[in-house]
Design a binder for this molecule. Structure first.
Ligand code: SF4
Length: 290
């Protein structure tokens, strides 16, 4: 793992992601190195020609810059971690994320955090300063033989379940992000069965294959998944109709989930041929769950 201490030009970057008006990524790269990660297709990462998961740039001047920028900018809400895991193990050493949260707290600027890491548990007391703070926590249950090759350094679903409980106990607004949901391989009912009491919001994000990452994932999964299942995924992602039918069926499933569990549910689907669209509304007005 290559760790580089770097200086960044700015802390707050305007974002089109509908969760916030500014984003902060205290690290570049990610030591968890999930094999499905979309960030590795980012042009800056591709240009770098280093394996994803093998480098972390630590933006060590970022907290200082943030303090300066907040004299001129008043964000409505800040998103932490759109292109990195802000609670990767390196955070224990460099503490950039915790410094940033402290600065945002001091200025009462709400924060949205995207994470899959149980390390966030240590920081929950820090995150109670605003009712507008929210944690999007990634959780999915897969058999170990599948999850291990896909996300070798992530915590197990059992460990992440404990983190969900801790967030609920801390009373911080929470949405469970189920993703990337790989059609046929993942089973929504299996995930929901192990969801702890107290969850109010979930979202399911269908695996996005449009940057060419399915063939590579397929290779990784071939020793562990049944061949007919993988062929079904091939068909789904190569033809429009089966894909649309699958999305429609998943949508119906989520409507049933909503009735059965009382969750608010979102289904996140990227349009075919696009990697990301700012049209995705994560938090629509009440009464419009999809
Ligand atoms: S933790 Fe998030 S940012 Fe890091 S590799 Fe996994 S998906 Fe990508």
């Amino acid at each position: 793992m290559e760790i580089n201490r770097i200086k960044t030009q700015r802390a707050l970057a305007p974002t089109q992601i509908s969760l916030a008006d500014y984003v902060i990524n205290p690290y570049r790269g990610c030591s968890l190195g999930c094999r499905f990660c979309y960030v590795r297709f980012n042009k800056n990462v591709v240009r770098r020609k280093q394996a994803w998961g093998e480098f972390v740039d630590v933006k060590e001047n970022l907290p200082l810059l943030l303090e300066q920028e907040l004299k001129d900018i008043s964000p409505k809400r800040v998103l932490l971690g759109s292109t990195t895991e802000v609670f990767m193990p390196e955070e224990e050493r460099f503490r950039l994320t915790s410094k940033i949260i402290k600065i945002l707290a001091k200025n009462t600027i709400p924060v949205v955090i995207l994470t899959r890491s149980p390390l966030i548990e240590k920081y929950l007391p820090l995150l109670c300063y605003s009712l507008k703070n929210k944690i999007y926590f990634t959780f999915i249950k897969r058999p170990l033989k599948i999850s291990q090759p896909l996300e070798p350094k992530s915590a197990s679903w059992q460990r992440r379940r404990k983190t969900l409980k801790a967030i609920i106990k801390a009373g911080i607004s929470l949405r469970v992000h189920i993703g990337p949901f790989i059609p046929f391989l993942d089973n929504l009912d299996e995930v929901l069965k192990v969801m702890p009491e107290g969850i109010r919001e979930i979202e399911v994000e269908i695996f996005n294959p449009y940057l060419g990452n399915w063939p590579e994932l397929r290779k990784i999964l071939t020793p562990f998944a049944d061949a007919p299942l993988l062929q079904n995924i091939d068909i789904l992602y190569s033809q429009k109709q089966p894909y649309n039918e699958f999305c429609q069926e998943l949508k119906y499933s989520l409507e049933r989930v909503k009735k059965r569990y009382g969750f608010s549910c979102r289904l996140l689907i990227c349009p075919r041929s696009k990697f990301y669209t700012p049209d995705i509304i994560y938090e629509p007005p009440a009464g419009n769950p999809f």
